[in-house]
Design a binder for this molecule. Structure first.
Ligand SMILES: *[C@@H]1O[C@H](CO)[C@@H](O)[C@H](O)[C@H]1NC(C)=O
Ligand SMILES: *[C@@H]1O[C@H](CO)[C@@H](O)[C@H](O)[C@H]1NC(C)=O
Ligand SMILES: [Zn+2]
Length: 441
Protein backbone atom coordinates (compact mmCIF):
# COMPACT_ATOMS: atom_id res chain seq x y z
CA UNK A 1 0.00 0.00 0.00
CA UNK A 2 2.80 2.36 0.89
CA UNK A 3 4.58 1.81 -2.43
CA UNK A 4 1.55 2.51 -4.55
CA UNK A 5 0.80 5.67 -2.57
CA UNK A 6 4.27 6.97 -3.28
CA UNK A 7 3.94 6.17 -6.99
CA UNK A 8 0.71 8.12 -7.24
CA UNK A 9 2.30 11.14 -5.66
CA UNK A 10 5.37 11.00 -7.90
CA UNK A 11 3.44 10.74 -11.15
CA UNK A 12 1.26 13.71 -10.34
CA UNK A 13 4.36 15.81 -9.83
CA UNK A 14 6.12 14.58 -12.96
CA UNK A 15 3.19 15.26 -15.21
CA UNK A 16 2.22 18.71 -13.94
CA UNK A 17 2.39 21.40 -16.63
CA UNK A 18 5.43 23.58 -16.06
CA UNK A 19 4.80 26.67 -18.16
CA UNK A 20 2.68 29.25 -16.41
CA UNK A 21 2.03 31.65 -19.28
CA UNK A 22 -0.68 30.53 -21.64
CA UNK A 23 0.76 29.56 -24.99
CA UNK A 24 -1.24 29.15 -28.16
CA UNK A 25 -0.36 26.55 -30.77
CA UNK A 26 -1.09 26.12 -34.46
CA UNK A 27 -0.30 22.70 -35.95
CA UNK A 28 -0.07 22.80 -39.74
CA UNK A 29 0.26 19.89 -42.14
CA UNK A 30 1.25 20.29 -45.77
CA UNK A 31 0.28 16.86 -47.07
CA UNK A 32 3.17 14.89 -48.58
CA UNK A 33 5.88 17.53 -48.02
CA UNK A 34 9.01 15.38 -48.11
CA UNK A 35 11.91 16.41 -45.84
CA UNK A 36 14.21 17.37 -48.73
CA UNK A 37 11.75 19.33 -50.89
CA UNK A 38 13.52 22.57 -49.95
CA UNK A 39 16.79 21.40 -51.49
CA UNK A 40 16.05 21.99 -55.17
CA UNK A 41 13.76 25.01 -54.77
CA UNK A 42 14.35 28.48 -53.32
CA UNK A 43 12.37 28.58 -50.07
CA UNK A 44 13.13 31.95 -48.43
CA UNK A 45 10.19 31.75 -46.02
CA UNK A 46 10.95 28.23 -44.81
CA UNK A 47 14.59 29.25 -44.43
CA UNK A 48 13.57 32.28 -42.38
CA UNK A 49 11.34 30.12 -40.23
CA UNK A 50 14.25 27.76 -39.54
CA UNK A 51 16.43 30.73 -38.56
CA UNK A 52 13.75 32.11 -36.26
CA UNK A 53 12.94 28.73 -34.78
CA UNK A 54 13.63 25.01 -34.94
CA UNK A 55 14.17 22.71 -37.88
CA UNK A 56 14.52 18.94 -37.78
CA UNK A 57 16.58 17.30 -40.50
CA UNK A 58 13.52 15.11 -41.06
CA UNK A 59 10.91 13.27 -39.03
CA UNK A 60 9.78 9.64 -39.18
CA UNK A 61 6.07 8.99 -39.67
CA UNK A 62 4.35 5.86 -38.40
CA UNK A 63 3.68 2.94 -40.74
CA UNK A 64 1.34 2.76 -42.74
CA UNK A 65 2.60 5.98 -44.39
CA UNK A 66 -0.77 7.20 -45.70
CA UNK A 67 -2.73 10.34 -44.93
CA UNK A 68 -5.50 9.69 -42.39
CA UNK A 69 -3.60 7.17 -40.23
CA UNK A 70 -0.46 9.35 -39.98
CA UNK A 71 -2.44 12.53 -39.32
CA UNK A 72 -4.29 10.78 -36.51
CA UNK A 73 -0.90 9.90 -35.04
CA UNK A 74 -0.02 13.62 -35.03
CA UNK A 75 -3.24 14.33 -33.12
CA UNK A 76 -2.90 11.45 -30.63
CA UNK A 77 0.76 10.47 -30.29
CA UNK A 78 -0.21 6.85 -30.86
CA UNK A 79 1.08 4.36 -33.39
CA UNK A 80 -1.51 3.36 -35.96
CA UNK A 81 -2.14 -0.11 -34.49
CA UNK A 82 -2.98 1.64 -31.22
CA UNK A 83 -5.30 4.41 -32.45
CA UNK A 84 -7.21 2.22 -34.91
CA UNK A 85 -7.44 4.53 -37.95
CA UNK A 86 -5.48 1.95 -39.93
CA UNK A 87 -6.20 3.13 -43.48
CA UNK A 88 -7.52 6.07 -45.52
CA UNK A 89 -10.37 3.80 -46.53
CA UNK A 90 -13.12 2.55 -44.29
CA UNK A 91 -14.09 -1.00 -45.22
CA UNK A 92 -16.38 -3.78 -44.15
CA UNK A 93 -15.01 -7.25 -44.84
CA UNK A 94 -18.45 -8.89 -44.45
CA UNK A 95 -20.17 -6.79 -47.12
CA UNK A 96 -16.88 -5.99 -49.02
CA UNK A 97 -17.97 -2.34 -49.00
CA UNK A 98 -15.17 0.30 -49.13
CA UNK A 99 -15.26 4.06 -48.90
CA UNK A 100 -12.56 6.36 -50.34
CA UNK A 101 -10.67 8.98 -48.32
CA UNK A 102 -13.27 11.76 -48.32
CA UNK A 103 -16.42 9.80 -47.36
CA UNK A 104 -14.37 7.95 -44.72
CA UNK A 105 -13.93 11.32 -42.95
CA UNK A 106 -17.63 11.04 -42.03
CA UNK A 107 -17.60 7.47 -40.71
CA UNK A 108 -17.64 8.33 -37.04
CA UNK A 109 -16.93 4.79 -35.76
CA UNK A 110 -13.81 4.58 -37.91
CA UNK A 111 -12.22 7.54 -36.10
CA UNK A 112 -13.75 7.31 -32.64
CA UNK A 113 -12.14 4.00 -31.72
CA UNK A 114 -10.97 4.66 -28.18
CA UNK A 115 -8.24 7.29 -28.68
CA UNK A 116 -8.91 10.99 -28.09
CA UNK A 117 -7.35 13.58 -30.39
CA UNK A 118 -5.73 16.60 -28.75
CA UNK A 119 -8.70 18.91 -29.44
CA UNK A 120 -10.94 16.93 -27.11
CA UNK A 121 -8.29 16.54 -24.42
CA UNK A 122 -7.55 20.28 -24.52
CA UNK A 123 -11.24 21.16 -24.27
CA UNK A 124 -11.80 18.77 -21.37
CA UNK A 125 -9.03 20.63 -19.56
CA UNK A 126 -10.58 24.05 -20.13
CA UNK A 127 -8.89 25.12 -23.38
CA UNK A 128 -10.51 26.00 -26.69
CA UNK A 129 -9.62 24.03 -29.81
CA UNK A 130 -10.35 24.30 -33.50
CA UNK A 131 -9.54 22.53 -36.73
CA UNK A 132 -9.62 23.39 -40.40
CA UNK A 133 -9.66 20.52 -42.93
CA UNK A 134 -7.35 18.36 -40.78
CA UNK A 135 -8.13 14.65 -41.25
CA UNK A 136 -10.38 13.51 -38.40
CA UNK A 137 -12.09 16.89 -37.99
CA UNK A 138 -15.49 15.70 -39.21
CA UNK A 139 -15.79 13.00 -36.56
CA UNK A 140 -16.89 13.26 -32.95
CA UNK A 141 -14.96 11.55 -30.16
CA UNK A 142 -16.88 10.17 -27.21
CA UNK A 143 -19.59 12.60 -28.25
CA UNK A 144 -17.40 15.70 -28.51
CA UNK A 145 -16.07 17.67 -31.47
CA UNK A 146 -13.52 20.46 -31.87
CA UNK A 147 -15.51 23.55 -30.83
CA UNK A 148 -14.64 25.50 -34.00
CA UNK A 149 -14.21 23.42 -37.11
CA UNK A 150 -14.39 23.53 -40.84
CA UNK A 151 -14.55 20.52 -43.12
CA UNK A 152 -13.73 20.88 -46.80
CA UNK A 153 -16.67 20.31 -49.16
CA UNK A 154 -16.64 17.32 -51.54
CA UNK A 155 -14.67 17.91 -54.78
CA UNK A 156 -12.64 20.59 -53.03
CA UNK A 157 -9.83 22.28 -54.96
CA UNK A 158 -6.88 21.65 -52.61
CA UNK A 159 -4.47 23.80 -54.67
CA UNK A 160 -5.94 27.30 -54.73
CA UNK A 161 -3.42 29.70 -53.19
CA UNK A 162 -5.98 32.47 -52.66
CA UNK A 163 -8.12 30.06 -50.66
CA UNK A 164 -5.03 29.02 -48.66
CA UNK A 165 -4.55 32.69 -47.71
CA UNK A 166 -8.24 33.16 -46.85
CA UNK A 167 -8.12 30.05 -44.65
CA UNK A 168 -4.99 31.32 -42.94
CA UNK A 169 -6.65 34.64 -42.07
CA UNK A 170 -9.71 32.74 -40.86
CA UNK A 171 -7.64 30.60 -38.48
CA UNK A 172 -5.74 33.64 -37.17
CA UNK A 173 -9.13 35.22 -36.53
CA UNK A 174 -10.13 32.15 -34.49
CA UNK A 175 -7.07 32.66 -32.30
CA UNK A 176 -7.57 36.41 -31.96
CA UNK A 177 -11.35 36.89 -31.75
CA UNK A 178 -12.48 33.53 -30.32
CA UNK A 179 -9.37 33.14 -28.20
CA UNK A 180 -8.70 29.56 -29.28
CA UNK A 181 -5.65 27.91 -27.73
CA UNK A 182 -5.03 25.19 -30.29
CA UNK A 183 -5.87 24.83 -33.97
CA UNK A 184 -4.86 22.16 -36.47
CA UNK A 185 -4.85 23.19 -40.11
CA UNK A 186 -4.42 21.07 -43.23
CA UNK A 187 -3.28 21.82 -46.78
CA UNK A 188 -3.73 19.06 -49.40
CA UNK A 189 -0.51 19.89 -51.27
CA UNK A 190 2.20 19.11 -52.36
CA UNK A 191 0.73 15.59 -52.13
CA UNK A 192 -1.66 15.91 -55.08
CA UNK A 193 1.03 17.29 -57.36
CA UNK A 194 3.58 14.72 -56.15
CA UNK A 195 1.22 11.85 -57.02
CA UNK A 196 0.27 13.21 -60.40
CA UNK A 197 3.63 14.41 -61.73
CA UNK A 198 6.13 12.68 -59.43
CA UNK A 199 8.35 14.15 -56.70
CA UNK A 200 11.15 15.09 -59.15
CA UNK A 201 8.90 17.04 -61.51
CA UNK A 202 8.96 20.80 -62.21
CA UNK A 203 5.28 20.86 -61.18
CA UNK A 204 6.22 19.64 -57.69
CA UNK A 205 8.93 22.30 -57.43
CA UNK A 206 6.41 25.00 -58.37
CA UNK A 207 4.04 23.70 -55.70
CA UNK A 208 6.81 23.86 -53.10
CA UNK A 209 7.24 27.53 -54.01
CA UNK A 210 3.52 27.99 -53.38
CA UNK A 211 3.87 26.29 -49.99
CA UNK A 212 6.81 28.54 -49.18
CA UNK A 213 4.89 31.71 -50.10
CA UNK A 214 2.06 30.47 -47.90
CA UNK A 215 4.43 29.90 -44.97
CA UNK A 216 5.46 33.55 -45.35
CA UNK A 217 1.79 34.54 -45.50
CA UNK A 218 0.98 32.53 -42.37
CA UNK A 219 3.70 34.23 -40.34
CA UNK A 220 2.72 37.65 -41.63
CA UNK A 221 -0.93 37.03 -40.83
CA UNK A 222 -0.01 35.95 -37.28
CA UNK A 223 1.91 39.20 -36.86
CA UNK A 224 -0.91 41.33 -38.27
CA UNK A 225 -3.31 39.66 -35.83
CA UNK A 226 -0.98 40.59 -32.95
CA UNK A 227 -0.25 36.96 -32.12
CA UNK A 228 3.59 37.02 -32.19
CA UNK A 229 4.03 36.81 -28.45
CA UNK A 230 1.57 34.00 -27.79
CA UNK A 231 1.35 31.86 -30.92
CA UNK A 232 3.61 28.89 -31.61
CA UNK A 233 3.51 27.36 -35.08
CA UNK A 234 4.51 23.79 -35.94
CA UNK A 235 4.66 22.93 -39.65
CA UNK A 236 5.07 19.32 -40.67
CA UNK A 237 3.52 16.65 -42.89
CA UNK A 238 2.07 13.17 -42.81
CA UNK A 239 4.52 11.34 -45.11
CA UNK A 240 6.81 11.95 -48.10
CA UNK A 241 6.63 10.82 -51.73
CA UNK A 242 8.59 8.43 -53.95
CA UNK A 243 8.89 8.08 -57.72
CA UNK A 244 7.11 5.04 -59.19
CA UNK A 245 9.09 3.28 -61.91
CA UNK A 246 7.27 2.95 -65.17
CA UNK A 247 6.08 -0.49 -66.19
CA UNK A 248 8.54 -0.75 -69.07
CA UNK A 249 11.53 0.09 -66.81
CA UNK A 250 10.89 -2.67 -64.30
CA UNK A 251 8.94 -5.83 -63.82
CA UNK A 252 5.71 -4.59 -62.27
CA UNK A 253 4.07 -6.35 -59.32
CA UNK A 254 0.73 -7.49 -60.70
CA UNK A 255 -1.11 -9.86 -58.39
CA UNK A 256 -3.47 -11.49 -60.89
CA UNK A 257 -0.47 -12.63 -62.94
CA UNK A 258 1.24 -14.39 -60.02
CA UNK A 259 1.08 -18.20 -60.46
CA UNK A 260 -0.98 -19.92 -57.78
CA UNK A 261 -2.62 -16.69 -56.63
CA UNK A 262 -6.29 -16.05 -57.26
CA UNK A 263 -8.61 -13.28 -56.08
CA UNK A 264 -11.20 -16.09 -55.80
CA UNK A 265 -9.33 -17.34 -52.72
CA UNK A 266 -10.00 -14.04 -50.91
CA UNK A 267 -13.10 -12.86 -49.09
CA UNK A 268 -11.80 -9.29 -49.11
CA UNK A 269 -8.80 -7.30 -50.34
CA UNK A 270 -7.43 -3.78 -50.31
CA UNK A 271 -4.95 -3.43 -53.18
CA UNK A 272 -4.41 -0.96 -56.03
CA UNK A 273 -3.60 1.54 -53.30
CA UNK A 274 0.02 2.45 -53.93
CA UNK A 275 2.67 0.12 -52.51
CA UNK A 276 0.58 -1.41 -49.72
CA UNK A 277 -2.08 -4.06 -49.59
CA UNK A 278 -4.08 -6.15 -47.14
CA UNK A 279 -5.80 -9.45 -47.83
CA UNK A 280 -8.42 -11.54 -46.05
CA UNK A 281 -8.25 -15.09 -47.43
CA UNK A 282 -11.36 -17.29 -47.37
CA UNK A 283 -11.53 -19.73 -44.44
CA UNK A 284 -8.80 -22.36 -44.70
CA UNK A 285 -6.95 -20.65 -47.56
CA UNK A 286 -4.53 -18.42 -45.65
CA UNK A 287 -1.53 -20.71 -46.20
CA UNK A 288 -2.33 -21.17 -49.87
CA UNK A 289 -2.54 -17.41 -50.51
CA UNK A 290 0.51 -16.69 -48.38
CA UNK A 291 2.64 -19.36 -50.09
CA UNK A 292 1.62 -18.20 -53.55
CA UNK A 293 2.68 -14.61 -52.84
CA UNK A 294 5.72 -15.07 -50.60
CA UNK A 295 8.82 -14.83 -52.77
CA UNK A 296 6.77 -14.26 -55.94
CA UNK A 297 8.48 -10.95 -56.73
CA UNK A 298 11.85 -9.71 -55.39
CA UNK A 299 10.35 -6.32 -54.45
CA UNK A 300 7.13 -7.60 -52.88
CA UNK A 301 7.08 -8.16 -49.10
CA UNK A 302 4.47 -10.58 -47.79
CA UNK A 303 3.73 -10.93 -44.10
CA UNK A 304 1.23 -12.71 -41.96
CA UNK A 305 -0.10 -10.17 -39.51
CA UNK A 306 1.44 -11.92 -36.49
CA UNK A 307 4.86 -11.98 -38.21
CA UNK A 308 4.96 -8.27 -39.03
CA UNK A 309 8.22 -6.61 -37.90
CA UNK A 310 7.48 -5.05 -34.50
CA UNK A 311 9.22 -1.81 -35.49
CA UNK A 312 6.36 -1.06 -37.88
CA UNK A 313 3.73 -1.10 -35.11
CA UNK A 314 1.17 -2.27 -37.62
CA UNK A 315 -0.27 -5.60 -36.50
CA UNK A 316 -1.94 -5.45 -33.12
CA UNK A 317 -5.37 -4.27 -34.19
CA UNK A 318 -8.44 -6.26 -35.17
CA UNK A 319 -8.97 -4.04 -38.19
CA UNK A 320 -5.65 -5.07 -39.76
CA UNK A 321 -6.21 -8.02 -42.13
CA UNK A 322 -4.36 -11.37 -41.81
CA UNK A 323 -1.99 -10.84 -44.77
CA UNK A 324 -0.10 -7.58 -45.25
CA UNK A 325 1.78 -6.69 -48.42
CA UNK A 326 4.15 -3.90 -49.25
CA UNK A 327 6.42 -3.07 -52.13
CA UNK A 328 9.91 -1.59 -52.21
CA UNK A 329 10.35 2.02 -53.32
CA UNK A 330 9.77 2.39 -57.04
CA UNK A 331 7.05 -0.27 -57.09
CA UNK A 332 3.35 -0.38 -56.41
CA UNK A 333 1.13 -3.40 -55.83
CA UNK A 334 -1.26 -3.72 -58.72
CA UNK A 335 -4.34 -5.81 -58.34
CA UNK A 336 -4.83 -4.77 -61.92
CA UNK A 337 -3.19 -1.41 -62.73
CA UNK A 338 -2.23 1.97 -61.23
CA UNK A 339 -1.05 5.14 -62.93
CA UNK A 340 0.36 7.63 -60.37
CA UNK A 341 3.92 8.85 -60.97
CA UNK A 342 4.52 9.38 -57.25
CA UNK A 343 3.41 7.26 -54.29
CA UNK A 344 3.67 6.93 -50.51
CA UNK A 345 2.67 4.09 -48.19
CA UNK A 346 6.17 2.54 -48.21
CA UNK A 347 8.19 1.37 -45.22
CA UNK A 348 8.72 4.35 -42.90
CA UNK A 349 12.48 3.62 -42.84
CA UNK A 350 12.67 4.68 -46.48
CA UNK A 351 14.05 8.23 -46.71
CA UNK A 352 11.48 9.19 -49.34
CA UNK A 353 8.73 8.68 -46.74
CA UNK A 354 10.15 11.21 -44.25
CA UNK A 355 8.31 14.53 -43.84
CA UNK A 356 9.79 17.93 -42.89
CA UNK A 357 9.42 19.62 -39.51
CA UNK A 358 9.68 23.30 -38.57
CA UNK A 359 8.56 25.15 -35.45
CA UNK A 360 8.61 28.77 -34.41
CA UNK A 361 7.18 30.87 -31.60
CA UNK A 362 7.79 32.02 -28.04
CA UNK A 363 8.13 28.45 -26.71
CA UNK A 364 10.78 27.44 -29.25
CA UNK A 365 14.48 28.06 -29.37
CA UNK A 366 15.89 30.02 -32.29
CA UNK A 367 18.14 28.93 -35.12
CA UNK A 368 18.32 25.34 -33.88
CA UNK A 369 18.56 22.25 -36.08
CA UNK A 370 17.67 19.05 -34.24
CA UNK A 371 18.18 15.38 -35.00
CA UNK A 372 15.36 13.38 -36.58
CA UNK A 373 12.61 12.02 -34.34
CA UNK A 374 9.40 10.04 -34.75
CA UNK A 375 6.18 12.00 -35.27
CA UNK A 376 4.55 10.21 -32.29
CA UNK A 377 6.68 12.59 -30.19
CA UNK A 378 4.98 15.74 -31.51
CA UNK A 379 1.87 15.05 -29.41
CA UNK A 380 3.55 15.18 -25.98
CA UNK A 381 5.42 18.30 -27.11
CA UNK A 382 2.13 19.98 -28.05
CA UNK A 383 0.49 18.99 -24.75
CA UNK A 384 3.49 20.37 -22.88
CA UNK A 385 3.35 23.73 -24.71
CA UNK A 386 -0.40 23.98 -24.06
CA UNK A 387 0.07 22.97 -20.43
CA UNK A 388 -2.35 20.06 -20.61
CA UNK A 389 -2.12 16.52 -19.28
CA UNK A 390 -1.63 14.16 -22.26
CA UNK A 391 -3.66 10.98 -22.78
CA UNK A 392 -1.83 7.66 -22.83
CA UNK A 393 0.40 7.83 -25.91
CA UNK A 394 3.44 6.29 -27.62
CA UNK A 395 5.54 9.45 -27.69
CA UNK A 396 8.12 10.84 -25.30
CA UNK A 397 8.60 14.46 -24.40
CA UNK A 398 12.30 13.73 -23.92
CA UNK A 399 12.57 13.29 -27.72
CA UNK A 400 11.35 16.81 -28.49
CA UNK A 401 11.71 18.92 -25.36
CA UNK A 402 15.21 20.19 -26.20
CA UNK A 403 13.59 22.38 -28.88
CA UNK A 404 11.98 24.52 -26.22
CA UNK A 405 13.47 27.60 -24.61
CA UNK A 406 14.84 26.80 -21.18
CA UNK A 407 12.11 28.71 -19.37
CA UNK A 408 9.81 25.97 -20.65
CA UNK A 409 11.80 23.41 -18.69
CA UNK A 410 11.02 22.72 -15.04
CA UNK A 411 12.38 25.42 -12.77
CA UNK A 412 14.80 24.21 -10.12
CA UNK A 413 14.93 20.66 -8.88
CA UNK A 414 12.27 18.33 -7.70
CA UNK A 415 13.25 16.29 -4.70
CA UNK A 416 11.37 13.06 -4.30
CA UNK A 417 11.65 10.44 -1.64
CA UNK A 418 10.98 7.08 -3.22
CA UNK A 419 9.68 4.03 -1.46
CA UNK A 420 10.79 1.76 -4.29
CA UNK A 421 13.53 -0.67 -5.05
CA UNK A 422 16.24 1.15 -7.10
CA UNK A 423 15.64 -1.11 -10.10
CA UNK A 424 11.98 -0.21 -10.45
CA UNK A 425 12.94 3.38 -9.77
CA UNK A 426 15.22 3.57 -12.80
CA UNK A 427 12.56 2.18 -15.12
CA UNK A 428 10.05 4.65 -13.72
CA UNK A 429 12.39 7.53 -14.44
CA UNK A 430 13.01 6.37 -18.00
CA UNK A 431 9.30 6.43 -18.66
CA UNK A 432 8.60 9.79 -17.13
CA UNK A 433 8.38 13.01 -19.08
CA UNK A 434 8.89 16.61 -18.14
CA UNK A 435 11.70 16.46 -15.62
CA UNK A 436 15.38 17.21 -15.97
CA UNK A 437 17.10 16.36 -12.71
CA UNK A 438 16.60 13.74 -10.11
CA UNK A 439 17.94 13.94 -6.62
CA UNK A 440 17.99 10.60 -4.89
CA UNK A 441 18.05 10.59 -1.12
C1 LIG B 1 -12.93 -0.23 -32.49
O1 LIG B 1 -13.51 -0.72 -33.68
C2 LIG B 1 -13.76 -2.14 -33.69
C3 LIG B 1 -14.36 -2.51 -35.02
O2 LIG B 1 -13.55 -2.11 -36.08
C4 LIG B 1 -14.71 -2.50 -32.59
O3 LIG B 1 -14.86 -3.89 -32.54
C5 LIG B 1 -14.17 -2.00 -31.27
O4 LIG B 1 -15.13 -2.23 -30.26
C6 LIG B 1 -13.89 -0.50 -31.33
N1 LIG B 1 -13.31 -0.07 -30.07
C7 LIG B 1 -13.66 1.07 -29.48
C8 LIG B 1 -13.04 1.33 -28.14
O5 LIG B 1 -14.41 1.88 -29.97
C1 LIG C 1 -9.26 30.49 -56.38
O1 LIG C 1 -10.16 30.97 -55.41
C2 LIG C 1 -10.54 32.32 -55.64
C3 LIG C 1 -11.30 32.79 -54.42
O2 LIG C 1 -12.33 31.90 -54.09
C4 LIG C 1 -11.33 32.38 -56.94
O3 LIG C 1 -11.75 33.69 -57.20
C5 LIG C 1 -10.45 31.87 -58.06
O4 LIG C 1 -11.21 31.82 -59.25
C6 LIG C 1 -9.90 30.50 -57.74
N1 LIG C 1 -8.92 30.12 -58.74
C7 LIG C 1 -8.92 28.94 -59.34
C8 LIG C 1 -7.83 28.71 -60.32
O5 LIG C 1 -9.78 28.11 -59.13
ZN1 LIG D 1 -1.06 12.50 -47.26
Amino acid sequence: VKTSLCLLWVSSILSAPVNKERQKLLLISFDGFRWDYDRDVDTPNLDKMAKDGVKALYVTPPYLTVTSPTHFTLLTGRYIENHGVIHNMWFNTATTEKKPYYPTQFVNDWWDNGTLPIWITAQRQGLKAGSLHFPGTASSYQGQVAMVREIEPPLYNYKNETVWQDNTDKVMGWFKYQDLDFVSMYFGEPDGTGHKYGPDSPERREMVKQVDRTVGYIRQSAELHGLDNSLNIIITADHGMSTVYRNNQVEAITLYKIPGFSFKDLSFHLVDYGPSGMLLPKPGLLEKVYNALKGAHPHLHVYKKEEMPARLHFAKNDRILPIILWADPGYVINGVLQSNKGEHGFDNENMDMKPFFRAVGPAFRRNLEVEPFETVNIYPLMCHILGIQPEVNDGHLTATKHMLVTSEAPQGQVTITFCLHPKSLSSLLQDSNGIDHYVLQ
